[in-house]
Design a protein around this ligand. Sequence first.
Ligand code: TYD
Length: 137
Amino acid sequence: IEDQYKILEFKDFGDERGNLVVVEGNADIPFDLKRVFYIYGSDPDVVRGMHANRKTEFVLINVGGTSKVKVDNGFETVVVELNRPRMGIYLPTMVWKEMYDFSEDSILLVLASEHYDSKEYIRDYSDFLKEVGGVHE
Ligand code: TYD
C-alpha cells in the first residue's frame, strides 16, 4: 500500500503577513482537479467515507484541526493522521477509505479528480474486496 497513497507537503509562501499554501492541479497534486468539498462539524465518534471509488482520485488536507484517515487496499491498511495545513494525502482509485477522530475544529478539505457520480462509488466492503481480490474480512 506504500506505493499507492502519497504524503504530500505543499509549499508555503508565508511571510510576516501569515501563511499562504498553494495547491495547483497537475503540479502539486497528481491530477487536474474538478471538484472541491470540505467536511467540518463531524463529531469525534463519527466515521465518514467507508467507500472506494472506481474513477476518482482524491487529496485530503486538514486545513484546520486534525483527523485520521485509514486507507485499505484489501490486503493492507495504513492510518495517517492529517494534522497540518500544509500536509496532504493522495489517494488513488480503488482503495477503501475511512475518515474519523475528527477534532472539534477539524476542517477536512477534499480535492477530487472527477465530478460527483454516485455510480462510481463502491459502498459495500465485501463488494470492494471481491473487486480487488482482497483478503480482509
Ligand atoms: P458521503 O459520500 O457520505 O460523504 P463522505 O464520503 O465524505 O463521508 O456524501 C454525503 C452526501 O453528500 C451524499 O448524499 C452524497 C452527497 N455528495 C454530493 O452530492 N457531492 C459530492 O461531491 C459529495 C462528496 C457528496
